[in-house]
Each structure stands twice: as structure tokens, then as C-alpha cells.
Write a protein that binds this ligand. Structure first.
Ligand code: PLP
Length: 414
């Protein structure tokens, strides 16, 4: 039926996600909002409960057994994340609240210390607000200038050789870009970007919010300086995320927040910071979150990230093929080589109306600007509807989506 074959991971893994087997508005839930947040497998939910039931105390300063146990679990989680990203050392891993906090940390700490008047910060036109606004503020504080690699219309493709042009012309100090676009579903050539950046002495930051739980990621191979992701988009708990940074860079940066846990010594008038990563983890961290995240990454590894990537590829292409059958369908994103994210505009139906209609039939979509307001404006859209898939989705759910959208078109007179 499709030009790609269903990899069938749902047959094996869907049952691990108890939340998926419920009815919403009298219909079986079809959860297609995975780009906003994925669901969690039982293994992660149980690990969180187990941690609180058996091992919880505050970390680091404790001399008692439970505190030592919690500290060991927290630091073991850090080592697990390092392995997951193929980072050379666990000290490169900073626990944050999520992608947003990771990028804010870099823009505020690295940015305000290193950017000078006239320096260029290069972003793309498809960045999430989380990888745009922190740089606007860093630019305002330092006099640096933001430059955007333009996208080519609805496909979202970028002329990547324009990056080298920019690097040749100006003093590019930072290139920060998303790996996978949360609204267009395109996959950017981050390794090429990092290699180019290196040639011109620029620092790189990868927003891996949409890729960390979906595809193999190897920071050594990519050659990036920073990379940020969120646990909740990768089968883990909410409220925790990861910033990877090259250790020398992290150690050269001033803390982003200050307080307990991050100091070596404090006097009335001054304090000395610990080395990275602890200088960036002021206050009591989300210990349970880190433990849960480590479990989530272990779960994803047990499936195999190559297989998840292949599954995303299927859903992106198959859903696009089927949605294209609908009259007045405007699909965003590339024709080939796409992630499991499909955004669209159906006739003149407002995305919010479409999402509310689909919800009546148990389908969870997202409609809006997807935290990409300037991008939507460039495409001449106020908003778009988005279906985003994960390995636990089924082929039948694509059929269900298409059939409900067909009904919506009729209902709204398209
Ligand atoms: C979701 C998302 C973010 C922000 O992640 P939070 O978990 O909300 O901090 C940043 N970039 C992209 C591409 C995203 O999809």
C-alpha cells in the first residue's frame, strides 16, 4: 500500500505504554502529539515509584546511607546519558529542566561572556522559540547580530552552502540549529554544519529535542560543542533534560544560576565554583527525573535507535502519502528523508478547529504556531495542524487520521 514498509515496532512495544489503551470521547485514543511530548513505558513509571519508595534522600552532601545511594543513582544516570550520546566523559553532562533551559544556559553563560559587538550568531529560520529568544537576548546584551539561514518555501530545505559564505564574510562565533524541525519534520545535516563551523572557529549548539529519543546521536561523530534535549520527548519524566557540553568549554563558563551544591567554598563576599557539571546544577536537582531518564534511555536502547529512526521514516512518508490524497491539502516539509512529523493546512479550516474536531474522535493532534511564529508567518500561515508519530503508533492509526480529516473537510464545507 505504501512505498515504504511498516516496521511493526508497535506489535512488540505498544503494550508497554498503558496510557495508550484508553478511550477518549468514546473512541480509542490515537495519540499523534509525540513531538510535543511522548508517552512513558511502564518500566519508567515503575522506576520513578521505586526510587521514591526505596532510595530517596538529597544528594551530594549526605553522609548517611540513603543519601549516598541517591547520589550514586544520580551520578550513574549522568554516566548513562554520557554513554547514550557517546560523550567521552560523564562530566560533560549537565542536568537541566529541558531543552529550553539548556539553550538558555549556553546563551546566557557562554554567550554573554564570549560574544562581542558585531559578532554573528547564525540560526536557521526553522528554530523553535527556545533556540531563538535566548539568542535575541544574548545579542541585545552584547551587540552581537543574529543571522538566519533561509528556508526554501514549504519544503523547509536550506541551501547549506550559504553557511560557508556567511562564515567567510563575517565573524561567526556561534551556530545554533535544530537537528529535526518540530514543525517541518526535516532532518538537518548537523555533522556538515559542525565541520564547517570548526573550519572557521565557530562554536556549535545542536537542539536535539526532536532527535534524542528518535535516532542514534554521537556527539563525538557530530563534532558539536553543545547539544540539548528534553527527557519528556524521549520517553522519560517531565521536568528534566540534558545539556551536553565539551568539558573545556563548560569549565571556562561562569555559572548560570548560583546557590547550594555548586560551590567549593563560600565567604561573605565571594565564592568558588566547582568544576563542570556541578557548577551548573545549583540547588537540589530533579534526582528522580534523572533516574527515570536513565531508565527511559535504557528502554530506547533495548529497542534500538536505528529501528526507531526507521519507524519514524515510515510514518513521516506514509502519513504524507495518505494526507496528499485529501483535496485542498497543503503539506509542509520535505518530500523525502523526513522524520515522523507531518504538518499541514487543510483548505481554510483553522488548525484549532481541526484539532478540536479530531479530538471528538479520540485523535490527539496539535494545532498552532508550534513555537515557530516567524516561520509560520514566512509561510503565510497563522498556524498549522501537526500529526507526529512514534514507534508505538500503528498503520491503522494513519487510516483513522485520514478518515477523520475527510469527515472534517466535509463538516467545515471544504
Ligand atoms: C520541544 C522543543 C523544544 C523545547 O523543549 P522543552 O522540553 O519545552 O524545553 C526546543 N526545540 C525543539 C525543536 C522542540 O521540539
Amino acid at each position: 500500500m505504501y512505498t515504504v514498509n511498516f516496521p511493526g515496532l508497535a506489535n512488540q512495544y505498544r503494550a508497554d505504554f498503558p496510557i495508550l489503551s484508553q478511550n477518549i470521547n468514546g473512541h480509542p485514543l490515537v495519540y499523534l502529539d509525540n513531538a510535543a511530548s511522548t508517552q512513558r513505558p511502564t518500566a519508567v513509571i515503575e522506576e520513578l515509584a521505586r526510587y521514591y519508595r526505596e532510595d530517596h534522600a538529597n544528594v551530594h552532601r549526605g553522609l548517611h546511607t540513603l543519601s549516598n545511594r541517591a547520589t550514586a543513582l544520580f551520578e550513574k544516570a549522568r554516566a548513562s546519558v554520557a554513554r547514550y550520546l557517546n560523550a567521552k566523559q560523564a562530566e560533560s553532562i549537565v542536568f537541566t529542566r529541558g531543552t529550553t533551559e539548556g539553550i538558555n544556559l549556553v546563551a546566557e553563560s557562554w554567550g554573554t561572556q564570549n560574544l562581542r559587538r558585531g559578532d554573528l550568531v547564525v540560526l536557521t529560520e526553522m528554530e523553535h522559540h527556545a533556540n531563538l529568544i535566548p539568542w535575541q537576548i544574548a545579542a541585545r546584551k552584547t551587540g552581537a547580530i543574529l543571522r538566519f539561514l533561509p528556508i526554501q518555501g514549504d519544503t523547509g530545505e536550506i541551501e547549506w552552502n550559504e553557511l560557508e559564505e556567511l562564515c567567510r564574510q563575517g565573524n561567526v562565533r556561534m551556530i545554533a540549529l535544530t537537528h529535526i524541525s518540530n514543525s517541518l519534520g526535516c532532518i538537518n545535516p548537523i555533522k556538515y554544519v559542525c565541520q564547517t563551523a570548526k573550519k572557521y572557529g565557530a562554536v556549535t549548539l545542536i537542539d536535539a529535542a526532536q532527535s534524542a529519543g528518535h535516532a542514534p546521536l554521537d556527539v563525538e561523530d557530530i563534532g558539536c560543542d553543545f547539544l540539548a534535549f528534553s527527557s519528556h520527548k524521549s520517553c522519560g519524566p517531565t521536568g528534566i533534560g540534558v545539556l551536553y557540553g565539551r568539558k573545556e568549554l563548560l569549565d571556562s563558563m561562569e555559572p548560570y544560576q548560583t546557590g547550594g551544591e555548586m560551590i567549593v567554598s563560600v565567604d561573605w563576599n565571594e565564592a568558588k565554583w566547582k568544576p563542570a557539571p556541578h557548577r551548573f546544577e545549583a540547588g537540589t536537582p530533579h534526582i528522580a527525573g534523572a533516574v527515570g531518564l536513565a531508565k527511559a534511555l535504557e528502554y530506547l536502547e533495548s529497542i534500538g535507535r536505528h529501528r526507531i529512526e526507521e519507524s519514524d521514516h515510515f510514518f513521516g512518508l506514509a502519513a504524507a502519502e495518505r494526507l496528499r490524497e485529501l483535496p485542498k491539502m497543503r503539506l509542509l516539509g520535505p518530500a523525502a528523508d523526513r522524520a515522523g512529523i507531518v504538518s499541514f493546512q487543510l483548505g481554510s479550516i483553522h488548525a484549532h478547529d481541526l484539532v478540536a474536531f479530531a479530538d471528538q474522535y479520540g485523535i490527539a493532534l496539535r494545532g498552532g504556531h508550534h513555537c515557530n511564529q516567524p516561520l509560520m508567518r514566512k509561510l503565510g500561515l497563522m498556524s498549522s495542524a501537526r500529526a507526529s508519530f512514534y514507534f508505538y503508533n500503528t498503520e491503522a492509526e494513519i487510516d483513522r487520521l485520514v478518515s477523520v480529516l475527510r469527515d472534517a473537510a466535509k463538516y467545515f464545507g471544504e
